[in-house]
Design a protein around this ligand. Sequence first.
Ligand SMILES: [Zn+2]
Length: 447
Amino acid sequence: MFRKLLKILLPLFIVVLLFLAGIKLFGAEELDQWLNRIASDPDAPVPEEADLALHRSMFIADLHADTLKWDRDLLERGLWGHLDVPRMVEGSVALQSFTIVTRSPFPFGRERFQGTEKCVDGDRLDIANVLATVQGRPSDSALARAVYQIERLKEAAARSRAEGRTELRLLLTAEDLRQLVIDRRNGEQVVGAILGIEGGHWVGAESASGSVEKDMKMLFDLGVRQFAATHRFDNGLAGSSEGCERYGLTQRGERALLAAEALGMAVDLAHMSEAGMKDAARLLSKPLMVSHTGVKGQCVEPCRPARNLSDDQIRLVLESGGIIGIGYWPYAVGPSIWHIADAMEYTMLLAKEMGLEADAHVSLGSDYDGSVQPFFDVSELSLLTAVMRQRPQPFSNEAIRNIAGLNVCRYFARILPGGSDALALDICATPSSDGAVPDLRSGSTRR
Ligand SMILES: [Zn+2]
């Protein structure tokens, strides 16, 4: 028995040891460089003047980036990774969700399966903990790791104001979003940030306050406005799409999502199991959101179907009036940059079939700095506008404006505290053909 156990455990122990030694030896910075590379596509388009002109004129918003996990200064242009404020300015991005990862199971070892599919075992050694330790950050709990990342964003925001650089502004209310739109329209150098959680593992657990509502209120008070219950493994709130059991919402999960909705947080269903998404759709009354995904129906190797949405899941989000952020990396969409727009088009066709406005539900979900290799960093985002305009069946400029940011603008204008449908229509409007936009100061629409 002992020998048998030794035979299983020893190789695992050696792999873990080598991995840890690797992180220690190369350092967190090298890990960041290695995990957050950029995938090249020789068939990427060359943006034309008209692509660039449209790109620069849009309100651009992205639903997912894990940048706070790494030790780069958000205010300095990084030499690696995918996103920081200077590169957001180069890519014309107005609004970015900064999502916080606090647990990542060790990727190697004895495999577990769900049916015939490999699954992610949440009981494995937590690499997020190891990374935080090596970085010298608080590491003892998932909550401590989350709070630290929240503070990092706030510190960068305060410094951006104090030093008179491009302002990084944390948005907490619908009014903050309105002000961001106005200030950018007036030419002010400001980018907006939404704080998000990717995996609320501790919410309602004995190790935290023991109360779901208290833990959610704490996150809200800390400034979190986007909440994904799950990440890549099943947790106390819900099963994950890549988990080993993939159950639906637990009682804790139901209470967490209801609390998020009542507080004015976006409920992000990225990574959730199919059963969990169905439960959430039944439970919630506001529009649903999936911050970063591909679609199973348009998934070309090496795209991984398990982390992507099925047609039924897409329909659940569309029926709720929600939005789906499409990712930019090969595991989400396929081997070519053109597949990003194919996944978008697939979703738009489903919407059309349902009698909905085709381009009102698709948005950007880069997963920048999420240990993925997108086809471009945020400074080169105009490539995506070029893809949408130069593909064999080009998207209209209006559709591109909606996808690039107006859908996200409308979504948050409805969901954030103080938000409403009227505000969404008012501040997230498409310019008319003569370029006129609503006059937000008077609160009425002027053409
Ligand atoms: Zn993710």
